[in-house]
Design a protein around this ligand. Structure first.
Ligand SMILES: Cc1ncc(COP(=O)(O)O)c(C=O)c1O
Length: 447
């Protein structure tokens, strides 16, 4: 215990934790982790805490999945990292082939090429640059803007913040950001259980009018397909995706799907875009669960139409000159290849659909008077705290109460949610849910 206290003191003396008000750690210190298996984090004082948020939505196979650990160890014995420009290897090519086969409809070659980045935000930067550059190569240099969705979030780099719509993260940096067209009035639904899930007909005319006003200046439409995670775990009708993609195709605008949180099984399919008709994008960005949450890796999938526009002689200056040092890192690729196999072998896309629906039904059945708007998709269940003033930081208090009861939640303001590993056993999912409810009881009571 003394060791843990010392560690916290040393931590606060030198570590600047991400996305945190560091003052908060003075009253509620970071949890000293000594091990992690499946959904469970083991703490220095012997307690176990259930990771109900998959460690920022990435640990889709839980902690320490044996196939991923083995793949990383075996690859480390061969080589860890080699420059991706000018070299190739069997692991890299096999992984790209496997991923493209999962992303494409059976027998089709919609996506044909894979670019690499590290974190999700840098993948979004690639997508933004590719779209603008592609339009320019088509002689469409006036297409310099992006249409994005209200409440959207695409990361924290300057470009990613410019196409996001969450002032909390963007406001201090406004002078650096480029303007985007923010589409308002989305067809939010509770999820597949909602009778209005399959139709966005009522909301579409107003959205189409916003797009029409800017049609000639748009390089791309950028969106999180179906699930807006950081924007409050909101889900919208797949019919919107279908309509957006059809509109974009008809108006020379590219579609960029940010599948960083929604992809790799989370929503119940390899890509959330696959859950809507006729909605495969021109560019898709995948990250987070791609390596089972073990190492940073982002891929940007594109179609042949995008790729071909960049071909030419060196002098033509058509090449896409974008790189990150650790593009295609071999350890991350080995982990990702193992994760894709494990998700397929363990049937986790299907499980996310069925078990996620059961989890939401159970949450709705608890009918807590201080909770409303149960919603979600795949293995995501979210709910809002009712009647709490923002300055009361009730979500933060619920987080503290939940840790004391054995679960790591990380509410988005007053939205509580479970975003557990796709393979979390049912009894652990029930325990997460029980702790969520008990923590709300502890902070707000039932009146
Ligand atoms: C939809 C979405 N896009 C982009 C990002 C940014 O990814 P990263 O944090 O790896 O840069 C996130 C992260 O939460 C995300 O949820």
């Amino acid at each position: 215990m003394r060791n843990a206290e010392e560690l916290i003191a040393r931590d606060l003396a030198c570590v600047w934790h991400p996305c945190s008000q560091m003052r908060d750690y003075e009253t509620f210190p970071p949890l000293p982790v000594v091990g992690a298996r499946g959904c469970r984090l083991q703490l220095a004082d012997g307690r176990e805490v259930l990771d109900a948020i998959s460690s920022w939505w990435c640990k889709s196979l839980g902690h320490g999945h044996p196939a991923i650990v083995r793949a990383i160890q075996e690859q480390a014995a061969r080589f860890e990292h080699v420059i991706l420009a000018n070299t190739t290897n069997e692991l890299l090519v096999g992984f790209c082939e496997r991923l493209l086969a999962l992303a494409n409809p059976p027998g089709q070659r919609h996506f044909t090429k894979v670019l690499f980045a590290g974190d999700g935000s840098s993948g979004m930067e690639i997508a933004v640059k590719l779209a603008l550059h592609w339009q320019r190569l088509q002689g469409q240099g006036q297409r310099t803007r992006y249409a994005v969705l209200a409440n959207g979030y695409h990361g924290e780099t300057v470009g990613a913040l410019s196409i996001s719509d969450l002032g909390l993260y963007a406001d201090p940096y406004r002078p650096l950001l480029f303007p985007s067209l923010v589409l308002d009035g989305l067809p939010y639904r509770q999820g597949p259980e909602d009778p209005r899930w399959a139709s966005a007909e009522a909301e579409w005319p107003a959205l189409a009018a916003q797009l029409a006003a800017q049609a000639e200046t748009l390089a791309a439409l950028v969106y999180e397909p179906l699930l807006q995670a950081a924007g409050g775990m909101r889900v919208y009708s797949p019919d919107l995706l279908t309509r957006l993609c059809r509109w974009a195709r008809a108006h020379g605008v590219l579609c960029v799907a940010d599948e960083i949180a929604s992809g790799i099984g989370r929503c119940g399919a390899w890509l959330a875009s696959q859950l809507a008709a006729d909605a495969l994008p021109d560019i898709a960005v995948l990250s987070k669960g791609l390596t089972g949450g073990s190492l940073p890796l982002t891929v940007v999938l594109t179609t042949e139409r995008i790729y071909e526009a960049f071909l030419g002689s060196w002098e033509s200056r058509r090449a896409f000159l974008h790189s990150h040092t650790y593009c295609g890192n071999a350890l991350a690729l080995a982990a990702a290849d193992a994760a894709l196999r494990a998700i397929a072998e363990e049937g986790l896309c299907e499980r996310a659909r069925t078990v996620g629906a059961r989890l939401r039904a159970k949450l709705a059945a608890r009918a807590h008077p201080r909770l409303s708007a149960v919603r979600g998709l795949g293995m995501v269940a979210a709910v809002d705290l009712l009647g709490c003033a923002p300055q009361a930081r009730t979500g933060w208090q619920v987080y503290r109460a939940a840790v004391a009861r054995g679960a790591l939640l990380r509410p988005l303001a007053d939205t509580l949610y479970l975003f557990p590993p796709l393979n979390a056993p049912w009894d652990e999912l029930e325990r997460m849910l029980d702790i969520l409810i008990a923590s709300v009881d502890a902070v707000l009571g039932r009146s």
